[in-house]
Design a binder for this molecule. Structure first.
Ligand code: NAG
Ligand code: NAG
Ligand code: NAG
Length: 368
């Protein structure tokens, strides 16, 4: 004869291991990434909606060719989007990059984590270019939100913004502004995947269709672990494993793709979910490549123009260059690409590389 409390005690004891096995499946994930508040989400939504409805659609329409054939300069601009949670260490180098370039060929936007003590320049090209920003955390969807905020603000602020280049505080330019502008907007040969010329336009020597420079990989190691970081079936049905991609966080998008990115609601609902494991999360390395490979595969080159050295990677960080390594040879080596005529930007550089970089800026970096 067993007393009731005794039976109860034993059944509880027995259910413990069962709970242990089932808990990860039935309980919500442990919050390894900070959730985004409803207010922040609503703020963003209204910004993205405004950008999607008010901004002009895309620069791939024939009107720019009308400009070209009439002999007028197309006046398309590059929007440089700086995403940072610290001072812009290489601001003086970027000042030199933009120095003397016609201001009607570019715009600058900076998203700086408001909680960090980021110095706001009171003169120069970065003055007054800081946009409304929210907190960002490493390996969390807040980096996706910050990037989309930059894209939306740039889309809204100037219909002439045709390319959107995302830059971090650890990025440096590898060429002059003129070289970057010509490569992205004028050169018919710069991008090896877009060399096809329309016969009617061939005499103008321009690319028929602009593409986004964003790395899109489908066969990277650990992709499966990254895919199930929110739970084995969490991404279904919107993102099956076969459509899940990885790529570099720093990219250069066309206006068409920038619009597609800020219009997306479906994939965002998935990628904003918190992960079980922080070390396999990195939503920003997956969201943009996955989305663009689903909605505009033909509009992407699938490679990036920002050189990054992943050999000897540790804790998800790429190799960081230090002052003794800075040399003309390093710049020449970093430019070499198998896909385009050259990389345009490189990361990561430690802040104290500014001095040696400035020393070779005129003679090497900005000399094309
Ligand atoms: C922020 O930075 C400025 C300039 O570097 C410095 O004077 C100030 O003390 C800093 N404030 C905080 C709270 O760290
Ligand atoms: C990449 O980093 C490794 C160290 O991890 C270094 O030996 C190598 O020279 C770097 N590559 C380039 C192109 O600088
Ligand atoms: C180009 O591709 C070859 C063959 O895959 C590789 O060995 C080489 O390192 C690549 N060069 C660059 C600059 O990526």
């Amino acid at each position: 004869m067993f007393s009731t409390p005794f039976v109860l005690f034993f059944s509880l004891l027995l259910s413990l291991p069962i709970l242990f096995f089932l808990a990860p499946r039935i309980l919500p994930p442990r919050q390894s990434s900070i959730p985004i508040s409803i207010n922040d989400e609503l703020d963003d939504l209204s910004l993205f909606n405004r950008a999607a409805t008010q901004s002009y659609s895309n620069p791939n329409n024939p009107s720019i060719f009308a400009h070209l054939s009439s002999g007028k300069h197309p006046k398309l601009k590059i929007a440089f989007l700086f995403l940072t949670n610290s001072d812009l260490h290489f601001a003086p180098l970027w000042e030199q990059f933009f120095h003397g370039s016609p201001t009607n060929l570019y715009n600058i936007y900076v998203h700086a984590d408001p909680k960090e003590n980021v110095t706001r320049p009171t003169s120069g090209v970065f003055k007054g270019r800081f946009i409304a920003a929210k907190r960002t955390y490493r390996a969390s969807p807040t980096l996706i939100s910050a990037t989309r905020r930059l894209l939306a603000t740039a889309l809204l602020s100037d219909p002439a913004n045709a390319f959107f280049a995302l830059i971090s505080q650890h990025c440096i330019p590898l060429h002059s502004f003129v070289y970057v502008y010509k490569s992205l907007l004028v050169s018919p040969t710069f991008d090896s995947t877009s060399t096809e010329l329309d016969p009617d336009l061939a005499h103008l020597g321009v690319r028929v269709r602009y593409k986004s420079f964003i790395e899109i990989l489908s066969n990277a190691p650990r992709l499966w672990k990254r895919y199930k970081a929110r739970g084995q079936f969490a991404m279904m049905p919107e993102v099956p494993l076969e459509q899940f991609r990885v790529g570099s966080q720093f990219f250069t998008l066309t206006r068409r793709d920038a619009l597609l990115v800020i219009k997306d609601r479906t994939l965002w609902r998935k990628f904003k979910l918190p992960c079980y494991r922080e070390d396999e999360c990195y939503p920003e390395e997956h969201y943009f490549p996955t989305l663009l490979s689903m909605v505009d595969p033909a509009g992407c080159t699938k490679y990036t123009l920002t050189q990054v050295n992943w050999t000897g990677t540790h804790n998800g960080h790429p190799y960081t260059y230090h002052p003794p390594e800075v040399s003309p040879e390093l710049i020449y080596r970093l430019r070499q690409s198998n896909y385009s005529e050259s990389y345009l930007f490189a990361r990561k550089f430690s802040p104290d590389c500014l001095r040696p970089l400035k020393q070779i800026a005129d003679s090497v970096i900005f000399r094309d």
